[in-house]
Design a protein around this ligand. Structure first.
Ligand code: F3S
Length: 389
């Protein structure tokens, strides 16, 4: 891969170990994926923040980067951590809290904004056609497909390396010729709610691996529905983007049809239990303002029944903007949490064995990552279950 003289100096260690190791990661990946050069990125979004999912493994590496003076060279943000600062924080042992805060502090010392959200585009929308280096698959698929940005699916280390160098290898969907659809997915049923969009994502993600689908037949969708589709696709396969508006030429494309029965089976297959949940979780990916409003409207005049927890997860930014709706949710007995979600915290340690969610991504991951049983249900049913009426 071609390196400019500045990049070569970083590679050779002239700017210190933190930049050298970051450059080595990028060059290695660039060589692996056939990039000929590095390109600047408008922003980096880094996963690998939650102490629950990470454990102690990366702490030494992060400490070394900080001690050697590593600083982000582009706008950089962080994925969710293992607890929120008010509600869950009180429930975990001091050493978990200390380790988590230390990890966040190390990233902050490198100039990375501790946004602690998986929807960084809600805080600052990246530019159309902007090149990014984002980890967090749901945000990658959403950024490429809905926001018209260009980002590969980075892992935590490569997104961090891109943050420190301010560049990423010019490969994969950073190149226009790799962004074209190569499978036509005919969606025959009219999708009814967010769970069906998410289930469609999980089903097609498994089927397509890393191919780029054009979904034909989607109608009456909201951005939140497309966010669920993005999250589903990002979870079960290696898809980095999809098309859904128009396609110039469908001819010759491999075609897959998704019928009503397939979709129903996919959605039902994501539920592992039908009994009453201990936890009802809304906000995977983190809620938009519209979604928080939807929860508040559904809860108006109701109370969450005893013995059930209702969590609504969002970024701090959205929580602040949604102050009035947050008040309604909290007066009804729900909790609006920021900085975390039910997947990246220790729900099992809180005594929860069953969860209901409107997110197909959560339903897909929770039985293995959290060892809880799950029911996938749309928001209306989640709220009805939470309130018992
Ligand atoms: Fe975000 Fe947690 Fe879902 S990080 S995408 S809410 S699993």
């Amino acid at each position: 891969m071609y390196l400019t003289s500045e990049e070569e100096k970083a590679y050779d260690g002239e700017y210190g170990w933190a930049y050298q190791v970051s450059m080595k990661i990028l060059v290695r990946l660039g060589d692996l994926f056939g990039a000929t050069r590095l390109i600047p990125v408008e922003s980096a979004h880094i996963s690998g923040v939650s102490y629950k999912t990470l454990g102690d493994a990366p702490i030494d590496f992060l400490e070394a980067l900080v001690s050697k003076g590593g600083k982000a060279q582009t706008l950089s943000t962080l994925n969710p951590s293992s607890f929120d600062p008010h509600y869950l924080v009180k429930s975990f042992p001091q050493n978990y809290r200390g380790k988590q805060l230390h990890i966040i502090d190390l990233y902050s010392k490198m100039g990375i904004d501790p946004t602690l959200t998986c929807t960084p585009y809600e805080i600052r929308k990246p530019q159309l056609d902007g090149h990014l280096a984002w980890a967090e698959s749901s945000a990658v698929v959403y950024a490429n497909s809905i926001l018209g940005c260009w980002t590969n699916r980075e892992g935590g280390p490569s997104a961090l390396a891109a943050a420190l160098i301010g560049k990423t290898p010019n490969s994969g969907v950073h190149q226009a010729e790799n962004r074209e659809a190569n499978v036509l997915v005919k969606v025959e049923p009219h999708l009814q709610d967010e769970t069906e969009f998410g289930a469609l994502g999980i089903y097609t993600g498994k089927l397509l691996k890393d191919k780029i689908p054009f979904f034909k037949g989607l109608s009456n969708y909201t951005n939140e529905d497309l966010k669920q589709l993005s999250a589903g696709l990002g979870s079960s396969g290696m898809v980095s983007m999809f098309h859904y508006k128009e396609l110039c030429n469908e001819k010759g494309l491999e075609t897959v049809s998704v019928e009503m029965k397939t979709l129903k089976d996919a959605a039902e297959g994501l539920s592992t239990v039908s009994e009453a949940p201990d936890l009802i979780f809304i906000g995977c990916p983190h809620c938009s303002l519209n979604e928080i409003r939807g929860v508040a409207e559904a809860l108006r005049g109701k109370k969450v029944k005893n013995g059930v927890e209702l969590w609504v997860c969002a970024s701090r930014y959205i929580k602040r903007k949604a102050e009035n709706y947050v008040g309604i949710i909290e007066r009804a007995g729900g909790h609006v949490l920021c900085d975390t979600c039910a997947i990246v915290t220790w729900v099992k340690n809180l005594g929860m064995d069953t969860m209901m969610t409107n997110s197909a991504k959560t339903a897909y991951y929770a039985p293995t990552l959290n060892e809880v049983d799950v029911t996938l249900a749309p928001l209306s049913k989640c709220i009805k279950t939470a309130c018992g009426n």
